[in-house]
Unconditional design. Structure first.
Length: 235
């Protein structure tokens, strides 16, 4: 119903700083189109695409491509969605957006805004293997049911190092977390050796500065903060 996941859209006051940061982490830059009037770039590790928007956009947002968006508006309204914005018409790039129960913005756009990357999913960045977009949510059950109505498969994972609900799909996975563990939307990666990874990052001038979730503080883990403020959890 949501269409195909396109990107995790991030607002940045300095697109060059954000672009340089992710490039140093080993992300590749994708070729973007002309859908947006503001400066725009996309970086990817082969599994997750990050849209860097230097403009007054509502972000961060999970952005999906839904062709013929206007034709699907009625079926979305029947779900009881309360739209934050609707930009629809013959002379505009169609997009709509609303907030999920966690407060995470969801956007649907009518077409791709960048060319597909040829990077292989096995060609990981210096952050390791991308696992999921991790979202803090005050009610795990409500959020799990919410995403399941859009085709995600929810699974309770209480026995891991960081208990959460995993919501998987063909294109992107979400993790739902207690707000006391994660305070904002976070990109979660797994690495074989956190210490060795941090040593390699230090060589290129990148050091962890974010707050580690409480359950992971006695374990090898680290949080990087991108220039636009996005937390990147390595564990």
């Amino acid at each position: 119903m949501l269409g195909r996941f396109l990107e995790f859209s991030l607002a940045t006051p300095d697109i060059q700083a954000s672009l340089d940061f992710y490039t140093r982490l080993g992300f590749s830059q994708a070729e973007v189109g002309e859908a947006w009037l503001h400066p725009y770039a996309v970086v990817t590790d082969g599994r997750i695409c990050l849209g860097l928007h230097q403009g007054a956009i509502p972000a961060p947002s999970m952005t999906f491509v839904k062709p013929d968006l206007l034709k699907h508006l009625e079926s979305l309204e029947e779900l009881g969605l309360k739209f934050e914005f609707l930009h629809l018409g013959n002379d505009v790039f169609n997009e709509i957006g609303w907030f999920d129960p966690t407060g995470q913005l969801v956007r649907l756009v009518e077409a791709r805004t960048f060319s597909p990357s040829k990077r292989m999913v096995t060609d990981t960045s210096r952050c390791g293997y991308f696992v999921e977009i991790a979202l803090p949510t005050p009610d795990l059950g409500v959020s799990k049911a919410y995403w399941e109505q859009f085709g995600f498969v929810g699974m309770d994972e209480w026995d891991g190092q960081l208990p959460h609900v995993s919501c998987t799909s063909d294109y992107v996975d979400l993790g739902l977390y207690d707000p006391s563990h994660l305070r904002r939307s976070t990109l979660r990666f797994e690495v074989d050796d956190v210490g060795a990874t941090l040593a390699r990052l230090a060589e290129i001038g990148i050091s962890p500065t974010g707050e580690i979730p409480a359950p992971l503080r006695q374990l090898p883990a680290a949080v990087l903060i991108a220039p636009e403020g996005t937390p990147i959890l390595l564990s």
